[in-house]
Design a protein around this ligand. Structure first.
Ligand SMILES: *[C@@H]1O[C@H](CO)[C@@H](O)[C@H](O)[C@H]1NC(C)=O
Length: 435
């Protein structure tokens, strides 16, 4: 340290103390950011709001769960062949190895709705088992009381049950079967409702309390933007996403590098000009001190910035509606405008017949990329993935995990857990369109 005078040594020690405090602050501040170096799964995947929602919605559904449910609770259904609705909700459900979550999904969709609001929804659930009675929920009383349509393969004319049975037997054909099921679910909404929007949910999501109002508001906004030509063709509005894929992106390394360089250059020039202008800083800002400043202190700060994770430091998902043409994952909750549906169905059918079909989310992204259609996402997410284990995962994976909510092991939204703590029943304001 003979290199430095007393003033410089003091500055470096101050920096070290400051840096250490900052480091520990960032470490705890980024514990929940999956894109951060400081991510701690135990913190990041801890469910809180989700547990509340599961609990309260199941409580609500249990009132439907009797053979004679009170009539004011029952689904709006006077059985015309085409039901009038604003949103048709299509859910495909299969039997899961540990626990069924479809109850929670349906319950959390309806539990805070008025009768008038409920009557604007058509809820169609496809029990996608060739023998539906093997699905533990199929015979429960709430199914006929809370759903507008409980579907099985028998409801569709053109399904080949023996072929589906073959797909069902082997997990190798999981993707193909999931494409067929998704298409049939869309088909039901298309044929039996006049709804202008289709909300396709997986059977293991939970909705936030005021998802209905927020989503209606978002739809209104989108329609306004379309009228004003601020928005053209869009494929879907995403009601669930995970922050996992929104972090720093290797493709953008040049941009990150350039910014970092710019910061170093800026600090260096600031220090040099200060030294020239202010005589009294001469003994502090010596050449060797500047070297340490620019090539050690500043890079350390930049490193900390990146280590903290993009979602934490840049907060890219401000409340509102965002374009999400890339890095949107997965297909847990997507709202489609009706006029896209026939195109989507044709594409799904084409992909089913390919030798190696991809799962639904990949197929939809391919479709949108091929036809260059925008995809939107609403922030904060309206749904959380509570992740029922599926037979396509290996057993080891779904047996482990410290939280009762299984989705809490990857496909998970951190924002969902904190976003609704202080939100009033009117929902979140969604009148901003983010690039
Ligand atoms: C509905 O009732 C059945 C028994 O009739 C029970 O097994 C099931 O857990 C109940 N489900 C809910 C959501 O209350």
């Amino acid at each position: 340290m003979g290199l430095f005078n007393r003033k410089q040594r003091l500055s470096l020690i101050t920096f070290a103390v400051f840096y250490f405090s900052l480091f520990f602050f960032c470490r705890s501040n980024s514990a929940r950011d999956p894109g951060s170096f400081f991510f701690q799964p135990r913190e990041g995947y801890r469910p809180s709001y989700t547990l509340q929602r599961i609990h309260e919605s199941l409580n609500f559904l249990s009132r439907f769960n009797q053979t004679a449910a009170p009539s004011e609770l029952s689904a709006h259904r006077n059985d015309p062949s085409v039901q009038h609705a604003d949103i048709c909700i299509g859910i495909v459900t299969v039997k899961r190895p540990l626990q069924q979550k479809i109850e929670t999904t349906v319950a959390s969709i309806v539990d805070n709705l008025s009768q008038a609001q409920r009557s604007t929804l058509a809820i169609h659930v496809l029990f996608a088992q060739t023998t539906p009675s093997t699905h533990p929920s199929y015979t429960q009383p709430w199914v006929s009381n809370a759903l507008d349509r409980a579907l099985t393969y028998d409801h569709f004319n053109d399904t080949d049950i023996s072929y589906l049975r073959r797909l069902e037997r082997s997990k190798k054909f999981f993707a193909e079967k999931s494409l067929i099921d998704y298409r049939l679910s869309l088909q039901s909404c298309l044929d039996y409702t006049d709804a202008p929007y289709f909300l396709m949910l997986e059977d293991d999501v939970v909705a936030q309390r005021s998802w209905y109002l927020t989503t209606r508001q978002a739809i209104d906004r989108i329609e306004t933007w379309q009228k004003r030509s601020l928005l053209s063709d869009w494929l879907y509005l995403r009601l669930f996403y995970t922050e996992k894929f929104l972090g720093w992106n290797a493709e953008h390394w040049r941009e990150y590098f350039a910014w970092s360089l710019l910061v170093v250059v800026a600090v260096a020039s600031l220090a040099l000009s200060t030294r020239r202008v202010t005589r009294s800083t001469h003994d502090l800002l010596s050449n060797s001190f500047l070297l340490v400043l620019c090539f050690l202190c500043v890079p350390l700060l930049i490193l900390l910035y990146f280590a903290s994770g993009r979602v934490t430091v840049q907060q890219p998902m401000k409340p509102g509606i965002h374009f999400m043409n890339r890095h949107g994952c997965c297909s847990q909750a997507l709202l489609f405008p009706r006029d896209q549906i026939s195109r989507v169905m044709t594409y799904l059918q084409k992909m089913e017949d390919q030798s190696k079909p991809k799962p639904v989310d990949t197929t939809l992204e391919r479709f949108a990329n091929e036809f260059e259609i925008d995809r939107l996402a609403i922030s904060p997410p309206q749904m959380q993935h509570i992740g029922a284990a599926s037979y396509k995962e290996d057993e080891k994976k779904w047996r482990k995990g410290e939280y009762p909510v299984q989705g809490a092991h990857g496909v998970w939204s951190m924002q969902f857990e904190t976003a609704y703590e202080s939100v009033s029943a009117d929902g979140v304001v969604v009148d901003t369109l983010w690039p």
